[in-house]
Design a binder for this molecule. Structure first.
Ligand SMILES: *[C@@H]1O[C@H](CO)[C@@H](O)[C@H](O)[C@H]1NC(C)=O
Ligand SMILES: *[C@@H]1O[C@H](CO)[C@@H](O)[C@H](O)[C@H]1NC(C)=O
Length: 314
């Protein structure tokens, strides 16, 4: 026969267990909610790896209230890469609440530099004021251009934004250009195009190399001698020996400025130490020309990802 005391104890046990379970559930759920910040799908954002953190800035997203409208953002978030994680649910960390970009940003490019290579420099692209001039309800936001500053810098240790004061001739604002940093802290920006999205009344590609010395904050011009055709939508990858390898994209050719895809076998190389251009011919199977792809250097082999057919471009 079961005693009353035993039933009493069992009841207390069950109630306590249920309460504890519920309590733990709340903790786990809250924790999970914080961890499951997931940025909206986007394009035309820019990203830079510093140490073990991969930072993302801006980009174009669909408006929640009307998915047919695309707006630029001033989002900042990163991924910590020192720990393994499930790629189906990356542990994104949001910085927009504490350190948003000072402007809405799309089509910009970025690279690291500064003391200890702990700064990120963001160049050009489309910049718009954070506060909409008008809320057009489900028809979108009226965003005004804000092209006051070509460069913003982000301190990856304090998460502070600043507007660096840079001496020398400031380059033209462009988009779809490339940026890489050599081992002397010199950020090499190459190519890109100016158009209405960059606040330009004329449209055209560039073949300049603009070098930002991120330690002295000074603009220099790379050599134009032997430079390839004006180009946008290419990739630039720097090797350990200071050579930048440019692949693909679209080039502007001849006096009529015809646009065509760059031959993927034609590899342009810039030596950041000697300030010299080289040309190399790649062997192997023919790869179709492309723009807006990406490239990653790994153990002296290149990996090219994605491709964007010109047919799909606006
Ligand atoms: C760079 O690193 C050195 C040595 O670790 C440190 O003393 C210095 O404060 C760092 N500078 C910046 C700007 O982070
Ligand atoms: C969404 O925006 C488009 C373009 O401005 C507009 O034509 C459409 O009516 C909007 N949709 C809704 C549901 O308001």
């Amino acid at each position: 026969m079961v005693s009353h005391k035993f039933i009493y104890l069992i009841t207390i046990y069950i109630i306590t267990t249920l309460a504890l379970h519920k309590f733990l559930n709340v903790i786990i759920f809250t924790d999970a909610q914080e961890r499951t910040f997931s940025p909206e799908a986007r394009y035309a954002h820019t990203s830079t790896l510093v140490g073990t953190k991969l930072f993302f800035f801006g980009g174009l997203i669909r408006l929640e209230s009307n998915a047919s409208i695309i707006v630029s953002t001033n989002d900042v978030f990163y991924l910590e890469l020192s720990q393994p994680f499930n790629t189906m649910s990356p542990p994104w960390i949001k910085l927009s609440d504490i350190s948003p970009l000072p402007v809405r940003l799309s089509w910009a490019t970025s690279s690291y530099g500064g003391a200890n290579n702990s700064m990120i420099f963001i160049f050009g692209g489309t910049m718009q004021s954070i506060k909409p001039a008008q809320d057009l309800d489900s028809n979108g936001l009226l965003l005004l251009p804000d092209f006051k500053h070509l460069i913003y810098s982000f301190d990856t240790q304090s998460f502070q934004w600043s507007i660096p004061i840079i001496s020398g001739d400031e380059p033209y604002r462009r988009r779809e250009l490339s940026a890489v940093t050599n081992d002397r802290g010199k950020i090499h920006f190459f190519g890109g195009k100016a158009d209405k999205y960059t606040g330009s009344s004329t449209e055209g590609d560039f073949n300049e190399i603009n070098v930002l010395d991120s330690l002295t904050l000074n603009w220099e011009l790379g050599t134009l001698d032997g430079a390839p055709n004006p180009r946008d939508g290419h990739t630039a990858t720097i090797l350990n020996n200071g050579l930048i390898v440019f692949i693909g994209g679209r080039e502007m050719v001849g006096p009529d400025k015809d646009l065509r895809l760059v031959n993927m076998r034609a590899i342009d190389v810039y030596d950041t130490k000697k300030a010299e251009w080289y040309f190399m011919q790649a062997a192997g199977p023919l790869v179709e020309g492309r723009i807006l792809h990406s490239a990653v250097l790994s153990e002296q082999k290149y990996y090219l990802f994605n491709q964007d057919s010109p047919l799909f471009r606006s």
